[in-house]
Ligand binder design. Sequence first.
Ligand SMILES: [Zn+2]
Length: 232
Amino acid sequence: MCVLEIQIYCPHCYSYSVVKNGKKVTGQQNFKCKQCGKQFLHEYLYWGADPANKRLMSRMLVRGSGVSDIAHVLGVSQVCVLRHLQRLAGQAGAAVSKGPYDRLQIDELWSYVGNKKRKRWFVYAYCPEGKEIVAMVCGSRSAATVRKLCRKLEGLQVNWFCTDKWRAFAKVLPYEKHLIGKRFTKAIEGVNTALRLRNRRMNRKTTCFSKQEANHMYAMNITISYFNHHTF
Ligand SMILES: [Zn+2]
């Protein structure tokens, strides 16, 4: 007979400080981590529930995979991936810094939601000093979307808003604090490229886009949280 001893560790924080914590209705032993307080099983009957797979789902999303790719590679349903993304977006961290900002660069990026005739504009503010995205909104290509972003920036101390020549920016942003021109938005142009690369929905000519605006926003929240904090 061959006896194999297995040391159980927490799949969330990798701590070995774990204790037994009753049994599941399936009869499986349940464990609890003394370090992070989370419960887990040694083996999951359903792959989608395994914390290691959930982590993979998050990482694949911010490394250019779409929902159907993730579902196919991990052998779980698309509904399971979408549910996980929704939960993760709810926990996505906001920008770390609260200002004051000398310069915030603002730019817009388009992608599709629903079908290829429906372009949605992602407008966001980036702080080049802190290298983080401070606020973002999604909407039509109009001044109303820029106003929505400005409402999110209310209360922050900003000396200058730097943008390209899009008229909606000039219409909404305060004239005395507005710098217009490509030379003021070099850093955010680089961020545009990074976001297009990170999130499959933002690829040019992509056929992989969200069917619903809510899912689009979940994916963008997660991408930005990853961009700002680099953690999953
Ligand atoms: Zn833990």
